[in-house]
Each structure stands twice: as C-alpha cells, then as structure tokens.
Write a protein that binds this ligand. Structure first.
Ligand code: PLP
Length: 396
C-alpha cells in the first residue's frame, strides 16, 4: 500500500480527547459526573435567532449563497464590528465561513509559505499549533507564565522574531487563560508587529465576554498600519450561543480576503444558508441577551475564583474575559490522590475524574503544564457542586 499523507499523519489528535472520552463513557454508564471541559456557552440560542432560521426555511432560503457568504451578512458583520470595536471594514474585505476555527485556517492558508514561522503565545487554544503545521508553517511557541498573567510582552515578542517570521496569532480574550490585553498592552505588541512587518491573526471570538465593566479593544482599531497587517477573526458561536450553527467571519485587506474567498470556494463552498440568516439576526437585533449572558458568566466567574482560592493546595488568578479559569495544581505534584500519584496535570485530571467525578481539561495540551482548565459555561449549581467535590477530593 502507498504511504498516506505525511502532513495528515503529522496532525496530533487533541490531547484533551482522552479525558473527554472517559467523561462521556462514565456518563453513559450512568455515573454522576460533572463536566467543566466544554468550550461552549451552556445557554440556548436566543429565540429571535432561531425564528430567523425557521423563517429562512419557510422562505426556501435553502440554496447555495456566494461562496464567501451573503453580502447582507458581510455588511451586518461590518456594522457590528464598527459599533462594538470601532473598526471600519467593507463587505469586500469580509469572508464568511463555517466557524472561526475555519477562519484561522483560511487566514494561515492565505499568509503562510512552507517553512514560515508563526509565533504562538502560550498557553494557547489547542487548534492553533496543529493548524500552523497543517499549512506547512513552523509554530514558534512563546510562553507566558502565571506571574506574567499569561500575557506576552513586547520584549519577548521582539526576541522571538527571526527573518523567517511571517505572522503571530493573538487570541484576545484568551482561551484557555481568560486573560485580556488592554489597549496599552496591545499597542505595544502592535508596534513590534508593524516594525517587523508581521501579519497578525487576531482571534477575537470572545470579544463580547469581558467582565467588571471593562471595554474591549480590537487590535485592528489601533491605526491603519496595524489594521492592514491584521486578519480579524470573529464569529457568532460564543457571543450568541451559536456554536452548532457554524458561522465565523474574517476581515482583512481586500487582497487577503480574496485569497481566503478563493480557497473557500474550492473547499467547503458557501456556508449554510439557514445559519447565515440566523447569524444575521444575531448580529443585527438587540444585543440585550448578550448582556444577560455576560452577567451570568461574571457571577459564575466570581464564585469560582473566590471559592477556588480558599481551597488549600490549588489557586487561580482572576480571568478578565471568556469563560475559563486556569487552576494551578503545582502544589499537588507528588501527592497521592484517589490512589493515583500525581506527576502532572494529566494525572490530576484523570484522578479527579475517576475519583472526584469532575471533568476538567489538563493544561499540557494548551502549553500550560501544571494547570487544569475549568470552563464556567455551566450552571451555578454545577459550579458549586464541582467545587464542593474538589474540596472533598483534596481533603482526602
Ligand atoms: N477560537 C477560539 C479561541 C476558541 O476557543 C474557539 C472555540 O472553542 C474557536 C475559535 C472556534 O469558534 P467557532 O465555533 O466559531 O469555530
């Protein structure tokens, strides 16, 4: 038999899958497990959005749209970004595709030649690393510690740049850390990118989820020089509880948007017509429900952070956005919990799931060994019970 693709074989399955399948198996067996691993809002898609989808079907709006998305939806995305982030784009600069994840892939496709380096600040969302490799790029990890609030500095960025560096992926607010770069910090990073002529893939999918009344700054709003190097990635999954509808969008210089659109026209083709109508309703109607969801997330974050820091052996810093908390488990290394000797975060996550009946995601896959990620996109009731279980698990 002929060899299968080396590129395809080089893709690593997500390291979070092992815990996830164990969790699902335990749940299927009827065990009383609670999951904190989800990367999606627990809320239902708001009714007015669902109604727009029903209407699209009734209208027989069920055919191909332009491959890079409907012009009306591109305009709606531009209007939303203008209103919320103060950035100006026109529909010719927008590409709509099946989720923000696919937008990151298309952005990398448009920018990266084999052997180009792409800087990836870590901890980082698991998919970026693999996506860079899939397009033939070289991921250059740039770690930021908990003491640094998991944020890179302009000095660190400068040091990581070589003649091969093509781009940086900047995810703000961050999955998995929940950290947010403020306007000043972003400006300093943007200055370095402009000076070295780097492209910025700015994944701002969590832009609507900032807490404590803080306002979000999009890196593309920091001037023309930054903006023309930026591919802004966003979507409706997190802001409107629409993860299953699969609509993401990207905004960039017209030549970059065209490359992405051409690529998508030969791969996935147009995104789901019904979902596009639904996304339009999300982007254009009242943003009331976005605020309600944000308030619920903030209350859960407050509870989780406060409670976690009162449990001996673990700690966390206070995330400012998204819906994740990184729990530091370094003090538990070497201890035996639930009959398992804890050598690392994977051991902890396994023991906590098997014996504590709680699923969290080991940090290693995010480039954050010694941490586990809790998502608070679940009910307050579950959060309270999960932390009670943590307390009992560690007390044993
Ligand atoms: N970007 C980040 C940082 C994410 O955490 C996620 C989902 O977990 C995505 C993108 C994917 O978004 P979408 O559902 O639009 O593909």
């Amino acid at each position: 038999v002929k060899e299968l693709s080396r590129i395809a074989r080089g893709v690593r399955a997500s390291t979070t899958m092992a815990i996830d399948s164990l969790y699902k198996q335990m749940k299927a067996e009827g065990q009383d497990v609670i999951g904190f691993a989800a990367g999606e809002p627990d809320f239902n898609t708001p009714d007015h959005i669902k109604e727009a989808a029903y209407q699209a079907i009734r209208d027989n709006f069920t055919r191909y749209t332009p491959a890079s998305g409907m012009v009306e939806l591109k305009q709606a995305a531009c209007d939303r970004m203008k209103a919320d982030c103060g950035v100006d784009y026109t529909p010719a600069q927008v590409v709509i595709a099946s989720g923000a994840k696919h937008m990151v892939y298309l952005a990398l496709r448009a920018l990266v030649n084999p052997g180009d380096e792409v800087i990836l600040p870590t901890p980082a969302w698991v998919s970026y690393y693999e996506l860079i490799r899939i397009v033939g790029g070289i991921p250059v990890m740039l770690p930021a510690s908990e003491e640094e609030d998991f944020k890179i500095t302009p000095e660190k960025l400068e040091q990581a740049i070589t003649t091969q560096t093509k781009a940086i992926i900047l995810n703000n607010p961050s999955n998995p850390t929940g950290m947010v770069y403020d306007a000043g910090q972003l400006q300093a990073l943007a200055d370095v990118c402009v000076r070295h002529d780097l492209y910025i893939i700015a994944d701002e999918i969590y832009y609507g989820l900032l807490y404590d009344g803080k306002t979000f700054t999009s890196i593309a709003s920091l001037g023309e020089e930054v903006k023309r190097r930026t591919i802004l990635v966003n979507g409706v999954s997190k802001s409107y509880a629409m993860t299953g509808w699969r609509i993401g969008y990207a905004m960039a210089e017209p030549e970059i948007a065209k490359l992405m659109a051409d690529y998508v026209s030969h791969s996935t083709g147009s995104p789901c017509s019904i979902s596009q109508r639904a996304a339009m309703a999300g982007l254009t109607a009242s943003q009331e429900e976005v605020h309600t969801m944000r308030e619920a997330f903030q209350a859960r974050r407050d509870y989780m952070v406060e409670r976690m820091n009162r449990i001996p052996g673990v700690s966390c810093i206070r995330p400012e956005g998204a819906f994740y908390v990184m729990m530091n488990i370094q003090k538990l290394i070497g201890r035996t919990l639930g009959g398992i000797t804890i050598r690392d975060d994977n051991d902890f996550a396994t023991a906590f799931l098997k014996q504590g009946l709680v699923a969290v995601v080991p940090g290693e896959g995010f480039g954050a060994p010694g941490f586990v990620r809790w998502s608070y996109a679940t009910s307050m009731e579950n959060i309270k019970e999960g932390l009670d279980r943590l307390d009992r698990f560690l007390a044993n």
